[in-house]
Each structure stands twice: as structure tokens, then as C-alpha cells.
Design a binder for this molecule. Sequence first.
Ligand code: XMP
Length: 317
Amino acid sequence: DWTSDVFIDATIDELKQKLGDDKVVMGLSGGVDSSVAATLIHRAIGDNLVCVFVDNGLLRKHEYEEVLDSYKHLGLNVIGVDAKQRFYDALAGKSDPEDKRKAIGNTFIEVFDDEAHKIQGVKWLGQGTIYPDVIESVSVNGPSATIKSHHNVGGLPDFMKLKVVEPLNTLFKDGVREVGRALQIPEIIIGRHPFPGPGLAIRVLGEVTPEKVSILQEVDHIFIQGLKDDNLYDEVWQAGAILLPVQSVGVMGDERTYEQVVALRAVTSVDGMTADWVHLPYEFLGKISNEIINKVKGVNRVVYDISSKPPATIEWE
Ligand code: XMP
């Protein structure tokens, strides 16, 4: 029978054998998979694992600092890289969703490669690939690949020439969470909602600017913090806010305003392939809407997305 303790012991032994005294470099995303994979590799080879965590300027409010802190508490040898401006520059002038994803993916590879080159004698690339990612990337020529280029499996640039180590590639998400809890990775990482690699860039519809990201971070923070405060966070599979490229008329005192609209989205799902919108309490939605409009300058209207997947997707881009 599978237990997380047996899996952990067997995997650490296997990693020790496979990696010996070799060095491994690994990009961390703040998500569950890469964090658990890194912790396992670290248990096997210690500081011969060098982790890289990139601030792409598209993370949630305070996320970079909080996650970097958690990694340091876990004892991981982690390098934080502030690459915000490189990502904003790469995104400037781009409004097509796939162009935006490509710009972000390419910039990540450049930034990561710069860091990897600084590490002497690195032989392996660690990855948080889980079993469903393996399945998905097998059918790369199938229709799903043309819908969205989600994952980076096998997308390794030639110049990196590293062998790949993926300790979680036989597990489903639940197994990864169980292993993560057994490894005592903090709940702020393990219980975290899924978050797309391109981050807030695909929730700022159209062209991304630092100003728009900053507005969305404030809105998103109010929504997510509200879910946590009202014990709704764990009942939701994924939640977030979307900054729409729409302005609408409002009133403030005697003045007319003409400001941005944001949409809130919260879904339940098992694997992201299908999803239902969550019937959040009206009182909660009302409270969050008021808070957003009162506190976030530039936003005068909040709507709630009540579409399920399919036919709508979870993200709007
Ligand atoms: P959709 O919008 O296709 O999203 O219903 C399904 C799940 O995938 C996430 N998602 C992405 N994750 N890179 C990622 O790493 C992406 O480009 C991307 N696009 C969507 C989405 O957040 C949801 O969990």
C-alpha cells in the first residue's frame, strides 16, 4: 500500500543513488509541486541543490517576499531574482494571450539560464512535474496543446543541456500534498490554490503595464484575504480577480466617474479540466465588492463570473 512515508524514504534513497555528488538547479514557482520536489531533492543532496525563485512582477501582493521566506525556513539553498522589469519590458505592446505567454516563457528561460550559468558544474535540472503533466505533454500535438501552451515539460532549451530529475512524476496532486504535509512544508504553500505560470499577466486582459498589475494585486488581495477571513478559502479550488479592459460610468459625490471594471472568479474543480463557479454567499460578495470599490483607486465596478467550464475556461485569457 502507498503511504507518503514509504514514498519519501524510497524517493530520497533513489535520488541519492542517482545524483551522488552532482549539483542540481531548480526553478521554484511558489506552488505546491516545485516546493515538494525541491524539498525531497534537498533531503537527498542538501546544498548541492540550488533553487532559483524569480520575481516576474506578476505574482500576488507580497507573494515574492512571503514565499522566499518560507523557502528559507525550509532550509533550501535559494536565490531570489528580481526580474520584474525584464518581464514588463518583454510584455510591452503585447495584447494577444499566446504572445504574452510566449514572452513570459522566453523571459523566464533567459533569466533562469543567466542564474544557472553562475553555478559551477551543475549537471541536473530539477522539475516539479507531476503525473498529469506527463500525460498532457505526451499529447503535445493534440488539440489541447494548441488551445494553451500550459506546461514547460520537455520545453528545455538546447543550450542548457542538463539531465532532468522529476521526483514527483508518478504522483497526482493529492499525493503531492500528502507528501508535502509529511515533509512539514508549511500550509501556506501546501494548501495554496493553483496559480498559472504567467501569473497576473493573463488576468490583466490585453496589454500588461506595471500600473494595471498593481491595481489587480490590490483587488486580488482583498478578495483572497476575504476568502481566508471568512473560512471560504479551502472550499474553493481556485480564485482570483480579472482586470477587464472596460471602463464604466459611476458616481462619486456629485461627480461622474469613468473607471475600470474587475471580475471576480471562484471555482471548484478536481483537476482544472472542468470547473463549476462557486455559490459564494451574497453577503460576502457584497462586502468584498464594497471594500474593493472603496479602497482601490481606479475601480468603480465589480462583477462576479458565473460561468462554468466548459464552455468557459477558468482564466479569461
Ligand atoms: P483554463 O483557463 O484553461 O485553466 O480553464 C485551467 C488551469 O490551468 C491554469 N492555467 C495555466 N497554468 N500556465 C500555467 O501554468 C498557463 O499558461 C495557464 N493557463 C491557465 C489555470 O489557472 C487553471 O488552473
